[in-house]
Design a protein around this ligand. Structure first.
Ligand SMILES: Cc1ncc(C[n+]2csc(CCOP(=O)(O)OP(=O)(O)O)c2C)c(N)n1
Ligand SMILES: [Mg+2]
Length: 798
């Protein structure tokens, strides 16, 4: 405590306490990064990094939010590179440990970018890939409305504000505008985007012209825009003689010149102002009244770094209108490289830090102290921190009970069906059946509701909207197979064509239990190739451990005439490689029903029930589910889904035709090419009677199971055996596997490594032509003949 603070008799004012915390947060965030880079021994010679300038830019705004304004129900997406500010605030509030901030950016320590899953200090929304956290707040607001209107959320909970702290350069990400447009359509409420308008990106100073348009863009979309430009000191200066000229000069000052002068400091400002407006009455006096330090402080007194201004402006918002706050800030505010265009990844060197430490009055050994070196007594800060509304309720993450879901779902009947049709009919049947399970399902699609067979579900369950809107076609007696009435009771959220939005909405729906205490079972549909369009958002959803089902259909070249650029080739590999999602490619409709029934349970698992090496399969942890489906009708097997078959379908594979012991050949297929595999198998068994036919419903889970077993055995669990090992065991050691999938052949080719079997992988590596199935399968070598050729070449090589 400083002598000044000790001598103080009266209690500090709220703003004094907040200012002290602002200083502390700035210090801790800078020190956390300094410690990680300069004081922790490096074992690999790699740069650790961190963003002191980006942090400094947001310190004031985040101080005002977390220590003054936020309520426990509010949810925040923090600009990724302001992570140390967030961790410092949580540390001060007692939600973050010293050890974790000392280990910032090292394994198990506070994360480089705020992470819901990897950080322990109550991160609301992960961020990292710029733009996504911003959009997430808008979709979270939509989900909040959804669960509140349906009374799924606990009654006593007022609606929270979904707040994004946005770097100005993030606004170059197109997904932000996609989200804004969609938010407008859904009339979202309680969303704030606070733009840290420091006019700098990673590389340089942002163009002046662009930003003039930003507020108009928001206004067009129905947002209120609050521009906070100048702080108290500047506002006071503007009232002095010459003040109008000073304001006009700053208003007209190009971003890059302003940044240069921020960096140069008091003397630089003085020169420029003298030269440009020095002869305006009042300016000379104003300059004379300020020494260099005071002049620099005055000229950099922008609203976003002015605690009182920002606090008052945020407190004044008292309705639920979507609000964009453009807060002018300085990147690196209060640090030696403030304003410098190269400061994005800049870190103070040891001399600069030593000076900064002296300036802040931090003594050696007090660097991590929560209360040291502040202008207010520690007891007052402690008491204040204990009264912060945001922290009053403790950990703010919510939970919702697991919803009972059916063990089995009825398999639609029909001799020849596609998996897509099967999916649609299963869902329509669930809709008809009703009950709590059906009520908690929510579907969504980016303008492909009808074409992905969600029509039956939507006809029964309706479309969600905050407002009641009639289906005019229906009301006017125009015949249509599709009902399209909108209401708060609806259970389908219709999106415009933007796959990024689909995945971010799924992220928000899939976290509803944790964000709002309301359990939902979200299902999103899209055409399989467009997964790649929204891939970063899908990755984002998975990284946050959101729980949903993605049904991607149609897929592959099996789209046939509809194909060409729509063919998906890489998606099976995406399904395998994407953490957090279990990918399936069933061939038959009874498999679809089995997988869906399992998925509704899997989506709700939370890791309870112990741990094992097969945790890699995430069977206890649960996760999301991806079904890659097809529009191709194929002949359905007439069979009972008994327990062993069900297990095979869920674990990833089963023998459709069991090989004899020591068999030399197996055909391994996944998905709609089952028809070719079955036929080729029938033909080869005339010559090779014991050949097997392996159905792979999930290459992803088979592969993950194999890795888990390998790891298990390496770590002392000698008896671990995976499903794929179990399946391939009967084959001869030198047997050949002919694998086939309408997708990249690598999806199944790895199976040769399990026991060293030879593999002839069939699949699609080049794509892009329309055609009918016989032509395309022949062209891309997915037909019966291709399988038989592969068998023949196998036999020849022996
Ligand atoms: C999708 C994506 N692309 C690139 C990056 C790398 N990146 C991190 S921060 C940044 C610039 C951010 O500038 P701004 O949003 O203005 O934040 P500031 O640091 O100025 O506060 C970039 C390009 C990223 N994190 N995410
Ligand atoms: Mg910026």
């Amino acid at each position: 405590m400083t002598a000044k603070a000790e001598m103080r008799k009266t209690k500090s004012s709220r703003i004094d306490l907040l200012r002290a915390l602002e200083t502390k947060v700035l210090w801790l965030s800078a020190w956390m990064i300094h410690n990680a880079n300069h004081l922790r021994p490096s074992r690999d010679g790699l740069k650790v990094g961190g963003h002191q300038a980006s942090c400094a830019s947001l310190v004031t705004i985040m101080t005002a939010l977390y220590f003054d304004l936020l309520e426990p129900g509010d949810r925040v997406a923090v600009k990724p590179h302001a992570s140390p500010v967030f961790h410092a605030i949580q540390y001060l509030l007692g939600n973050q440990s010293l050890e974790q901030i000392q280990n910032f950016r090292s394994l198990g320590g506070a994360q480089s970018y705020p992470s819901r899953t990897k950080d322990s200090d109550d991160v609301d929304f992960s961020t990292g890939s710029v733009g996504l956290g911003v959009a997430m707040t808008s979709f979270a607001a939509l989900v909040q409305d959804y669960v509140r209107l349906k009374k799924f959320a606990p009654d006593d909970q007022p609606p929270g504000r979904m707040i994004a702290l946005v770097g100005d350069a993030e606004l170059d990400e197109g997904n932000v505008y996609e989200a804004m447009l969609e938010g407008w359509k859904h009339d979202v409420r309680n969303v704030w985007w606070i733009i840290d308008y420091n006019r700098q990106s990673l590389d340089a100073v942002v163009t002046d012209r662009l930003f003039g348009r930003i507020d108009e863009l928001f206004q067009t979309m129905g947002w209120r825009v609050i521009t906070l430009k100048y702080g108290e000191k500047l506002e006071a200066a503007f009232k002095r003689p010459g003040g109008a000229a000073l304001r006009a000069w700053i208003d007209d000052c190009p971003n890059s010149l302003y940044s240069v002068l921020v960096y140069k400091g008091g003397a630089g400002w003085r020169d420029y102002l003298m030269r440009e407006i020095g002869d305006t009455p009042g300016i000379a006096a104003l300059l004379a009244d300020h020494d260099d330090d005071a002049l620099a402080a005055l000229m950099t007194n922008l609203a976003g770094n002015d605690l009182k201004t920002i606090k008052d402006a945020l407190q004044a918002i008292d309705d639920d209108l979507p609000t964009c706050i453009i807060a002018y800030t300085i990147k690196g505010h209060g640090l030696p490289f403030a304003g410098h265009k190269d400061n994005h990844a800049g870190i103070m060197n040891p001399e600069q830090m030593a000076q900064f430490k002296r300036d802040k009055g931090v003594a050696d050994g007090e660097e991590w102290d929560r209360y040291a070196a502040l202008d207010v007594p520690p007891s007052e800060i402690k008491a204040f921190l204990g009264s912060v509304p945001f922290a009053a309720a403790g950990h703010r993450r919510m939970t919702a009970d697991k919803l009972a879901t059916p063990m089995t779902l009825p398999t639609p009947s029909g001799d020849s069906l596609s998996t897509q049709e099967g999916f649609g009919r299963i869902l329509a049947e669930i809709a008809r059946g009703g009950g709590e399970f059906a009520d908690r399902i929510v579907t969504t699609a980016p303008d492909v509701t009808v074409s992905t067979n969600l029509g039956g579900w939507v006809n029964r369950r309706g479309i969600f909207d905050r407002h009641q809107r009639a289906d005019t076609f229906h009301e006017e007696d125009v015949v249509s197979a599709q009902r399209w009435s909108l209401s708060p009771e609806g259970q389908h959220i219709e999106l415009g064509i933007a796959e990024n939005n689909l995945f971010i909405l799924l992220a928000a729906l899939g976290l509803s239990h944790s964000l709002f205490g309301a359990r939902l079972l979200p299902i999103g549909t899209l055409y399989d190739p467009f997964i790649q369009r929204g891939l970063d958002a899908l990755n984002y959803a998975c990284y946050q451990d959101a729980r949903f089902m993605v049904v991607a259909t149609p897929s592959g070249i099996t789209l046939a005439p509809e194909g060409g650029a729509h063919q998906s080739v890489a998606t099976p590999l995406i399904g395998m490689a994407q953490d957090g999602i279990a990918a399936f490619e069933p061939a038959y409709v009874d498999e679809v029903a089995t997988i869906m029934a399992w998925a509704f349970d899997y989506m709700q698992r939370d890791g309870s029930g112990g741990d094992s090496e097969s945790a890699w399969l995430r069977d206890r942890q649960g996760g999301s589910v991806y079904l890659r489906l097809s529009t191709r009708p194929i002949t359905q097997p007439q069979r009972d889904m008994d327990e062993p078959l069900r297990d095979g379908v869920i674990t990833g594979g089963y023998w459709l035709e069991t090989p004899t012991e020591g068999a030399e050949i197996a055909i391994v297929y996944s998905g709609a090419v089952a028809a070719e595999a079955v036929e080729a198998h029938r033909q080869i068994t005339e010559d090779i009677p014991g050949a097997g036919l392996l159905a792979v419903t999930s290459a992803d889970r088979l592969n993950a199971g194999w890795h888990a077993a390998e790891r298990g055995r390496q770590t002392g669990h000698a008896t671990e055996e995976s499903q794929i090992e179990n399946l391939l065991k009967p084959l001869a050691p030198d047997a050949a596997l002919i694998t086939i999938i309408d997708g990249h052949p690598l999806t199944l080719a790895w199976m040769g490594s399990v026991f060293g079997h030879r593999v002839h992988p069939l699949g699609v590596e080049h794509f892009g032509q329309s055609g009918d199935l016989p032509d395309l399968y022949r062209h891309y070598r997915l037909d019966v003949e291709a399988i038989l050729d592969a068998v023949a070449s196998t036999c020849l090589r022996k």
